[in-house]
Design a protein around this ligand. Sequence first.
Ligand code: AR6
Length: 178
Amino acid sequence: MMVGTTRWDVVTGDITRCAVDAIVNAANNSLLGGGGVDGAIHRAAGPELLEECRGIGCCPTGEARITRGYRLPARYVIHSVGPIWQGGNQGERDLLASCYSHSLSLARHHGLRRVAFPAISTGVYGYPKAQAAKVAARAVVEVLHRDTDTFDQILFVCFDEDNRALYDAAVRDAVAGD
Ligand code: AR6
């Protein structure tokens, strides 16, 4: 799909294999690694990634921090901390949207034009997947409408077919303005 000059694709796969300018990590506040996509990214990047993260310190929920990608094919990693789902009345929606917009603003400031996202908060953090997909797609489309000619490619990299179908539908709806 195209939004202005940005190509936006939803794919199934392992984000650690993406040769883009930056992959986004679904991290936790400590930035010291964990399970899920975070564990996979740290394993693939090597121990230097953890060293750089240690030097950064904590990251508040809804924000993001950038490091190099080390042994990853991606040049940079943008570590973003999604909300833990607590029923939906604890600001989860705005915090999740902010993960996507904050990550893209970091990418923009570093001149990174190809960015891949995982389905933040939909694993261990328990965010309902269909809702998370809508929030993610709306947050990204808002940025793409505002920051024109800034990104060449956005990838939503889903680990399973269920999520791929949900994120694909959400992206189509967001681009159509629904
Ligand atoms: N590539 C793409 N997506 C993946 C990969 C991968 N290699 N591995 C898992 N996913 P999660 P969260 C999907 O749990 O919910 C960590 O311990 C997975 O199927 O990784 O934001 C952190 O340290 C799911 O759809 O992240 C935090 O403590 C999505 O990525 C906590 O988990 C996110 O699942 C963050 O939880």
